[in-house]
Design a protein around this ligand. Structure first.
Ligand code: PM9
Length: 458
């Protein structure tokens, strides 16, 4: 049997892509201040910046756009989305938002009081931003293994370390912790999953102390796939059943629909608590729109409802994870250092091991992402010291153990042939890695600096 089964779709509509000349790439990376976020899309040959909003929609989703009910209130598509979310996630209440951070804003504003603590299994940029904006201190309670890129045999590197969580509860008390943000999978750990056993244990511990369990559900289908593949007792369960069980232990979630819901736009907040739901409805009308659309068009909600159903199809999700594994294995065979095991949405290159001649203060991941673009036209993203930002209290740089470049694979967009191009380009660059110079900031924005910061070669 073929190890890597072909793409589980036929191509019905195509978007041409063009190779970018050496001269244009060189000019483009200079114009972008060595920040791949600032490159123009037309200057990118293969775009692995993110898997957010970059999915290819199916024929059924495109057809769904045509049945968009664009009524200001009570759109048919909202009721469809509500039904699908209830069937797959199981939470009692749904509030659509324009994207994930819209939901993060509502949840953090309504539940956090200044001086609170929000534990999480590793930070995410926008998520921590909203927690801190509302006066909370984020506390990382992920297991130590998650910070080590080389531990390839740990199947659930996204797991919460229960001792770390217990220690925080003992130190500050449950009443200072409105919720735990439980990410499934964990983006910045390299797309690593959380086991069902760990989810259950976290839920028990939190609920014992009156702490709500709020999932960051952004890549929850990938998490369900890893549970099916790696956790005893789940091999015969469907992805949908596993997903439903994962959420049955919690109190709500924030969701960026732009990832596992297979859409180009959208997100939502789910909660079980009636009072919190009432307050969230009061807030969504101030910042997003009516509670029955939350910043989305009816057609977007329809595409999201259909996308959720497609995302739990086994052929889709197994191809997705295996395409990433394929890229990982090709790079690994050439000795390119990476976070292992391979994640659910991306390969994360270990920039410090790739560029041992650079100190972390010389921004090796930012430099590597720029060099990959410069030499191949492949756009990737820094996920290291630049993304980590500064401590809000001390102003000092956060210094993450993982200094990575993320090769993020959009869903249903690229084929194995594209992965070969990417692998060849990075392997070639790895042979010439000594030529890559470090970078320094020439413009550093105060918040979420990785999006718009500018750099110069040292
Ligand atoms: N993630 C990503 O590329 C897009 C923006 S940050 C560069 O990985 C998690 C785990 C995410 C995420 C976005 C959000 C926010 C929340 N949690 O982008 O607002 O990966 O829809 O979601 C990005 P929105």
């Amino acid at each position: 049997m073929t190890k890597f089964m072909p793409e589980p779709f036929k191509i019905k509509s195509v978007e041409p892509m063009y190779f970018i000349s050496d001269e244009r790439r060189e000019a483009a990376i200079q114009e972008a201040g060595f920040n791949t976020f600032l490159l123009k899309s037309k200057d990118c040959y293969i775009d692995l910046l993110t898997d957010s909003g970059t999915s290819a929609m199916s024929d059924k989703q495109w057809a769904g756009l045509m049945v968009g009910d664009e009524a200001y209130a009570g759109s048919e598509n909202f009721y469809h989305l509500e039904e699908v979310v209830k069937e797959h996630f199981g939470f009692k209440h749904l509030i659509p938002t324009h994207q994930g951070r819209g939901a993060e804003n509502i949840l953090s504003t309504l539940t956090i009081k200044p001086g609170d603590y929000v534990p999480g299994n590793m930070y995410f940029t926008t998520t921590r931003f909203h927690q801190e904006r509302n006066g909370a201190t984020f506390v990382d309670v992920i297991c130590d293994e998650a910070h080590n890129p080389d531990l390839a045999d740990v199947p659930f590197k996204g797991n919460v370390d229960l001792a770390k969580l217990q220690k925080l509860i003992d130190e500050v008390g449950g009443d200072k912790i409105p919720y735990i943000c439980l990410a499934v999978t964990v983006n910045l750990a390299g797309g690593q999953p959380v086991s069902m056993a760990n989810i259950k244990a976290v839920s028990e511990l939190c609920h014992k102390h009156g702490i709500q369990v709020m999932y960051d559900a952004t890549r929850c289908v990938e998490n369900a796939y890893f549970i099916k593949e790696r956790e005893a007792g789940f091999e015969d369960k469907s992805i949908k059943e596993i997903l439903f069980e994962m959420f049955s232990y919690g109190d709500g979630c924030t969701m960026s629909g732009k990832k596992d819901c297979l859409t180009n736009n959208g997100g939502f907040l789910c909660v079980n608590d009636d009072e919190l739901f009432a307050e969230a409805k009061g807030m969504v009308v101030q910042f997003e729109g009516m509670p029955s659309y939350g910043g989305l068009a009816g057609r977007d909600m329809e595409a999201m409802a259909i996308g959720i159903k497609e995302s739990v199809e086994f052929d889709y999700i197994s191809h997705r994870v295996n395409q990433i594994r394929y890229l990982g294995e090709r790079l690994d065979a050439a000795g390119v250092p990476m976070v292992k095991p391979y994640g659910g949405h991306a390969i994360f290159l270990d920039a410090r091991a790739f560029l041992p001649h650079l100190d972390q203060q010389q921004l090796p991941a930012q430099a590597l992402a720029a060099a990959i673009y410069r030499t191949s036209g492949v756009r990737t993203m820094e996920r290291g010291i630049v993304s980590a930002g500064r401590d809000v209290k001390t102003g000092e740089n956060h210094v993450p153990k993982l200094e990575t470049v993320r090769l993020t694979i959009p869903r249903r967009v690229y084929t194995y042939a594209h992965m070969d191009y990417v692998a060849d380009a990075i392997i070639e660059l790895y042979k010439n890695r000594e030529s890559i110079k470090g970078l320094e900031f020439v413009f550093e924005p105060k918040v979420l600096r990785f999006f718009t910061g500018r750099f110069e070669e040292i």
